[in-house]
Design a protein around this ligand. Sequence first.
Ligand code: CP
Length: 314
Amino acid sequence: MKHFISLHDVDNVQELVQEGIRQKANRFADQALGKNKTIGLLFFNQSLRTRLSTQKAAENLGMNVLMMNVGQDSWQLEMEDGVIMNGDKAEHVKEAAAVIGSYCDIIAVRAFAGLKDRDADYKEIVMEKFRQYAGVPIVNLESATRHPCQSLADLITIEEFKKTARPKVVLTWLPHFKPLPQAVANSFAEWVNKTDYEFVITHPEGYDLAPEMVGNAKVIYDQNEALKGADFVYGKNWSSYTHYGQVLSQDPSWMITKEKMDLTNNGLFMHCLPVRRNLKVTDYVLDNQSVVIPQAANREWSAQAVLKTILAGM
Ligand code: CP
């Protein structure tokens, strides 16, 4: 694996899930791999889990870690080619990526969707520019359309908690007042499509994800119907893909409650976090019927599996 920008960079998803589980069981086994290697963690957006878990994973592997909030700690970066740089962006990504690549053996980048221009977001301009100009492997720490480190942690968590070989997994849209990216939902759908789980996606009309992300999932617009018999309920809000970036509904009846979880097969609630309590999911469900903390803890092993695999291929 040279880069980890999306699922398409992964040769064998099941093997990477198992690598995460192995790293968790023996976290310092591969320290020699990262010795005298440096990772640069670049954040264009805020983070709690991604920042800390990736730093921890890199250090478990013996790596040195550089971290920067792009645009706050550094110059703002121009992504467009051929423009006259007479605005507030003082440095072009062409130089910045190459310079950071000269200091680092791996660069990991977080850069969210702008949610204004679907074509631009779905071209993954920031990730692609870093891939083009850095000269070292690039890891996606959540981009405009995907969050693969999260999805890998999600699959590790399902593998750890599943009670049947082929669990029913339901990805459900949750209400929110702000327009949020589709990245987590997209990525989760893409990765679950690589398993043999029964996979259902439920959301109000107008919230269909991009067809290439939905894949073979069954889409049901009735949330109660979708939740019946679920082993895992994966909640997430996302803004509309078809009416790009818009909030079409804030229907509170889509919040996950104990009554909704009663429809499931003693199901477990999952969410990537951060989550707004009693807006998207009730206190009761989070405190009694969820695996959000072990799911977040698995971000460390997901990051470690990715970094180990890249380091091993260098
Ligand atoms: N789930 C996740 O990516 O969390 P952060 O945004 O806090 O990194």
